[in-house]
Write a protein that binds this ligand. Structure first.
Ligand code: 5AD
Ligand code: SF4
Length: 476
């Protein structure tokens, strides 16, 4: 899910009360009024969601945002460390941003997120252009860090927290279509998959107050949003208890609470862990029409020895049993996955187990990666990264080919069926076509009908498909 989002909004996008707040706070926070912020986000949906928290903190300080980094006073890059190439892209981008300092000496460049956490103060030495390094649990500290940077000092806060969930900060929706929004429900990860840097960069797992999540969903519904995605590294281990211990909420219960906010608002979630996804979650999905029938269930490998080495704590049989449970309880549920090829010591036969599980499950969608060793992880400490690069590339090509075949087969099964589609906007190729997504998250393209607009639900008959898209027409 490596995407790039350039975010730009102006104060006119916010309500009057927030503007007032911003101006009042501005007096206390030094000279930030009217200065412009540019944020660029890399990596997972959680990072995009975090950028919305950062924007909220900065706007409270009096900043405005811009979509053009050349006119920004503060440039933030919210970074990803998951694979080496993600980090390389950030370093290249920082060099481009650095040029701005030639003309704007006071410009502040900040590195946020996972790379900030991983590289800490070292970043300031390595990348001379960086003024600010802020880890994912330190965004409340931005006002004082910006002040320090303004005074010419390099500013760092990479403290990880056991409690921070930003529950009380209302995210500023960036680059929003006004239809779909993310809600972060938990932070961190306790799983320690041996390949993964996330437990080190995002810290211990903690769940956000269930009432603040429901409140955020209500506000989104009132603002006209039609789809929310609940985000966490491992949503199935969501567990929140009130301070006096009188109330506790697990993920299935949270899903139900959010689904009940507005039956016209779709609820999605990501990411599920095969070891933790319960039948209770599946039954809750079956009970509510507005909980979308789509589960992102990363398998990583189809071979039990490799899964053990990855410390995934399930084996091939367990995973397939969970898929059977999904198919039994939710017959039309789409399943997507993440796959890593070429993990340490993976043999050709073990790679074929991954191909065969992909074929067996018939994933609707997959994110596929070559293993990339990350410093500090269990795998980097214990195992040799011994699958040659060209073998990794060939195995990746094979899983991509398998996935393309599965995805196409899944789409073909929808042809002739009527889909409930939420219109997202217009097709990239033609203004005469709408683009939307069905319950299973497949993109559906169909001719514009003047009676409808983006944000509406329509019934669409799927008539054909391309490799990755359904094509149809609205039916009354
Ligand atoms: N190398 C390759 N892929 C990785 N992922 C996580 N860590 C690595 C790594 N070191 C993939 C996993 C995970 C997804 C978010 O990124 O498939 O589910
Ligand atoms: Fe990383 Fe595993 Fe946690 Fe996912 S569940 S963030 S892969 S450690």
């Amino acid at each position: 899910m490596e995407e790039l989002l350039k975010t730009g909004i102006t104060l006119k996008d916010h309500d009057e009360s927030r503007q007032g707040e911003a101006l009042m706070l501005d007096g206390k926070q030094g000279n930030t009024k009217g200065r412009k912020l540019y944020i660029e986000s890399y990596g997972c949906a959680m990072n995009f969601s975090d950028s919305e928290i950062v924007a909220s903190v900065m706007i409270d300080m009096g900043f405005e945002t811009t979509a053009n980094y050349k006119e920004a006073d503060v440039i933030f890059i919210n970074t990803c460390s998951i694979r080496e190439n993600a980090e390389q892209r950030v370093r290249n981008r920082l060099r481009e941003f650095g040029a701005i300092k030639k003309t704007k000496k006071d410009a502040v460049i900040g590195v946020l997120g996972c790379m900030a956490e991983r590289l800490k103060a070292k970043f300031l030495e390595e990348e001379k252009l960086v003024d600010l390094v802020v880890g994912p649990d330190a965004y409340r500290d931005l006002p004082s860090l910006i002040n320090q940077a303004d005074e010419g000092a390099k500013a760092v806060n990479v403290l990880l927290s056991r409690e921070e969930t930003y529950a009380d900060i209302s995210p500023i929706r960036l680059n929003s279509n006004g239809i779909s929004a993310f809600i972060s429900i938990m932070r961190g990860c306790d799983n320690m998959c041996s390949f993964c840097v996330v437990p080190f960069t995002r810290g211990r797992e903690r769940s956000r107050d269930a009432h603040s999540i429901v409140q955020e969903a209500k506000e989104l519904s009132q603002a006209g949003y039609r789809e929310v995605t609940l985000l966490g590294q491992n949503v199935d281990s969501y567990k929140w208890a009130s301070e006096d211990g009188s109330q506790s909420v697990n993920f299935a219960q949270l899903l139900a609470m959010v689904a009940e906010v507005d039956p016209q608002m779709r609820v999605r979630f990501s990411t599920s862990h095969p070891k933790d996804i319960t039948d209770e979650v599946l039954h809750t999905m079956a009970k509510y029409h507005n909980i979308c029938k789509y589960i992102h269930l990363p398998v990583q490998s189809g071979n039990s020895r490799i899964l053990e080495k990855m410390n995934r704590t399930y084996d091939r049989e367990w995973y397939l049993e969970r898929v059977d449970a999904i198919r039994g309880i939710l017959p039309n549920c789409a399943i997507s996955t993440d796959v890593i090829v070429g993990f340490c010591s993976e043999t050709e036969e073990e790679h074929h187990d991954t191909l065969s599980i992909m074929k067996l499950v018939g994933y609707d969608f997959a994110y596929m990666f070559k293993y990339s060793e990350r410093p500090g992880t269990l795998a980097a400490k214990r195992f040799e990264d011994d699958v040659p690069e060209e073998v990794k590339s060939r195995r990746l090509d094979e899983v991509i080919a398998q996935q393309q075949a599965s995805a196409h087969q899944q789409l073909q099964k929808q042809i002739g069926k009527v889909q409930e589609v939420l219109i997202d906007g217009y097709s990239k190729k033609s203004k005469h076509d709408f683009s939307g997504r069905n319950d299973q998250n497949a993109t559906v393209i169909f001719p514009v009908d003047e009676r409808f607009q983006p944000g509406n639900y329509v019934k669409v008959l799927a008539e054909s498909c391309t490799k990755a898209t359904l094509i149809g027409k609205i039916i009354d």
